[in-house]
Write a protein that binds this ligand. Structure first.
Ligand code: SAM
Length: 190
């Protein structure tokens, strides 16, 4: 699919941006041959599509937003509607990739539309990241890894600390700075 083709876009879906491109590059550089990869929160399907196109991995994508699932399916990546990793089997994936909603948001703002749910990480920016870190271990294969995009706005050290509490060690494998934030891709290993 040409992601620049606006006819292919669903209106309530996060479209690829700098964070998507950074995560896709980092994941493509590291995903190994014949691995099984899950992209959580696939949005347009851009990251999952890049991994499927540029590696020999088998890729599955998921999103809680039904419009995202609809758009991502046009990339030909197998996509399912899911809340984080809930429906997936234990010990399945060699890599799990996630560009989460991470912007700290005023508590008065409610998650009342799909774009809000794509962007807002609640008051501390970690309202989706924390439950992801608490549950992702279950679906990882024995040597499985997580590639998680985080922002300086969310607090990279806080995320690394939370990941540590869940048994992961974290290494920053890519970053990119912008006027208002620095984006970092963390590789989480057990
Ligand atoms: C910042 S967007 C990233 C989209 C895409 N992966 C990219 O990089 O362009 C975050 C995505 O996570 C999805 N999301 C938010 N909460 C989720 C949850 N609990 N389970 C699954 N997906 C979720 C949103 O619908 C949105 O598509």
């Amino acid at each position: 699919m040409g992601l620049d083709d606006r006819r292919d876009r669903e209106p309530d879906v996060y479209q690829p941006a700098e964070d998507s491109a950074l995560l896709a590059r980092a994941a493509c550089d590291r995903v190994g041959e014949n691995e099984l990869v899950l992209e959580v929160g696939t949005g347009s399907g851009f990251v999952a599509g890049r991994i499927a196109d540029e590696t020999d991995a088998r890729v599955i994508a998921s999103d809680v937003n039904p419009w995202a699932v609809r758009q991502a399916r046009r990339t030909d990546v197998e996509t399912v509607r899911a809340d984080l990793v809930a429906p997936f089997r234990d010990g399945t994936f060699d890599a799990v990739v996630f560009n989460p909603p991470y912007l700290p948001t005023d508590p008065e703002n409610e998650w009342d539309d799909w774009m809000e749910r794509a962007l807002s990480g609640g008051e501390d920016g970690r309202a989706v990241i924390d439950p992801f870190l608490e549950t992702v271990d279950r679906v990882l294969a024995p040597d499985g890894v997580v590639y998680l995009l985080v922002s300086s706005l969310t607090g990279v050290d806080d995320v690394v600390g939370r990941a540590g509490e869940e048994g992961f060690s974290a290494v920053a494998i890519a970053d990119e700075s912008f006027p208002f934030e620095t984006l970092t891709v963390l590789e989480l290993l057990r």
